[in-house]
Every structure is written in C-alpha cells, then in structure tokens.
Design a protein around this ligand. Structure first.
Ligand SMILES: [Zn+2]
Ligand SMILES: [Zn+2]
Length: 311
C-alpha cells in the first residue's frame, strides 16, 4: 500500500513483511514437465511463499493448501499470422482473477491494432493481465508504444530472454516505454517448464517478485494489481521512500544503485574502491515525470523498483 504522509511516500517498507513468488509456471496441463503438485513442492522447498500456475490456454482449476499459496492463472496466446518473417511468433499474456467462467483459446493477430483488440478482450475476461516476455513477441518498439491496457509487463523472464533473443532483460524497452509516458507495473518470473535445451537441470529460481501482502491468493493478487511489489533476480530492495525531494533506498549488498528518470543522465551510485553498498539517494531535479531504481549485485543479478510516476 502506498502510504502518503503529506510530502513523504513509502514505496517499499522495511517494517512490512514481503512474500516471495513467481507468477509464471507451466505444468503437465500444457507443455511443462511436472504436475501442479510437483511444481508447487519444488518452489515450496526453496522458500517461495506463492506460485502462479499459468498453463497455455488452460486456466488452473486445482487446489493446494500445503505451505505455499497457489495463484490460479492462465497464459493466453495471440498468434501472429501475417505472411512475413514474424509469422508463427506469439504474444503471450498471463491472466488472473477471471471475471466470468473462462474458456481460454488462441487468438490471432496481423498487426498491433489486432493485438490491442485481443488485449481488450482479455480485460473483459480478467482483472489482471500481464504482458509476458515482450521481446519474445518480436514487436517493434513503435508497436509496443501503441499498446495499452495490460497491468504488468515482464521485465525479466528466466526462460527465453537470454536463450531465445540473446537479450538478458527488457530494461531498454521498459525505459523507452517510460520515456514515452506509458504507465504499467513490472514483474520478473521464471516461466518454468522443467529442464530444457538438452540439459537435465531444472530452469527455475531465476526471476521472482517480492509482494507486500498477507499470505493468501486474494491479498497477493490485490497487492500486485496495486503495484505493491517489486521484481528481482537476486538482490533485495529493503526500503524505498521519498522524503520531500529526496528518494532514499536501502538494499541488500549490491555493486550499483541506479536511479533512472526521463532526464538523459541517470544517477549511478557505486563505491570507488569496489566495495559493496547498501544505500543510495536521489534528489529530484524538478522535471522528472518518473523515477525508477535498479540495483545490481556482484554477480550481475538485479532488482527493480516499480516505476514511480510523478505526473
Ligand atoms: Zn509465453
Ligand atoms: Zn509461459
């Protein structure tokens, strides 16, 4: 919850408890290698508080009450069908909180306005829509700029960003969207299917979200819908607040803390002797319409605040 104390705002609160979870997982109900129960156990045994089950075109109907909160969802597909080199690629959306009895099915698109209609359709069916792995959809930046209506966009997806596009995360796209006044929330997820690319190692625990909520499905989804969470691949943001014109952040030990805004220069905080740091500050210049913080640890893992909109 955003706590507004006149000129003070708390975005991440060290006095509140945060839950750890991944909002994107496949099971044997679509193309995953493990059953719903098996993936829930895998995550529970690694300290996760919640797990989103999001099979392709199958809304999760199972229940589970054994030490990890099951978030019921589905991954809805839009298939690109125009006859050019993008043909056969998908735009994928994780959807939660159905407004009606849903019957997910693959939708089609030939251009961004078709895709917008599909997003509008998803919004009629669900209260929370996440644009998954946006680079994987091979949309141009201009097409991304034309789309509206999703609540969350994945800045990090442990499945395909690096393996299938050669790009580690969607930071650059997110900054392009922010610089063009787009408003959305960001998440980091595993898109866990099991082991793949010829390995035997489960490809999980890469991207997760820290959510300020009670440990039940309704509270977690409410907190996500209202932006009361942040994504990470490792380090943690312990506290983030604004006191008048100054943003203050506290983190687990990291190598860099970077404050981005629409201004061309970012503030990049690090120690000259290469020691780890755990706090940073940013003073508003006055013409920022957003501020956004990223932290990077020694192994290159990151966490991001939600974009903070000032207009
Ligand atoms: Zn997908
Ligand atoms: Zn997926």
């Amino acid at each position: 919850m955003l706590v507004i104390l006149s000129d003070r705002e708390v975005y991440i609160d060290k006095n509140r408890k945060y839950l750890k979870g991944n909002l994107h997982t496949h099971t044997t109900n679509s193309d995953g290698d493990y059953s719903v129960k098996e993936v829930l156990n895998i995550y529970k045994n690694n300290g996760y508080d919640f797990l989103g089950i999001t099979d392709h075109e199958v809304f999760c109907e199972e229940e589970y009450n054994e030490g990890i909160t099951l978030i019921h969802g589905v991954e809805e597909s839009s298939l690109y069908v125009r006859d050019d080199d993008r043909r056969g690629t998908y735009a994928h959306f994780n959807c939660f909180i159905p407004k009606m009895k849903v019957k997910p099915e693959v939708k089609f698109y030939e251009n961004a306005s078709d895709l917008q209609k599909n997003i509008d359709e998803l919004n009629k069916m669900y209260s929370l829509v996440q644009f998954n792995h946006p680079l994987f959809s091979r949309l141009t930046d201009n097409e991304h700029l034309s789309l509206n209506g999703y609540d969350v966009i994945e800045i990090f997806n442990n499945k395909d960003f690096l393996q299938e596009t050669g790009i580690y995360s969607a930071d650059t796209l997110i900054r392009t969207l922010l610089n063009n006044h787009k408003k959305f929330l960001i998440s980091a997820n595993d898109d866990f299917h099991g082991p793949y690319y010829g390995t035997k190692i489960d490809r999980c625990f890469g991207g997760f979200n820290m959510v300020c909520a009670d440990n039940n499905e309704e509270s977690i989804l409410d907190a996500i819908k209202s932006g009361n969470f942040y994504p990470s691949t490792g380090p943690l943001i312990l506290d983030l607040r604004r006191e008048e014109k100054v943003f203050k952040i506290e983190t687990t030990p990291v190598k860099r803390i970077i404050f981005y805004s629409n201004l061309r220069r970012c503030k990049n905080i690090f120690d000259l002797n290469d020691e780890e740091i755990t706090q940073g500050e940013y003073e508003l210049k006055g013409s920022e319409y957003y501020v956004w913080v990223k932290i990077i640890d020694n192994s290159g893992k990151c966490a991001w605040s939600q974009p903070i909109y000032l207009d």
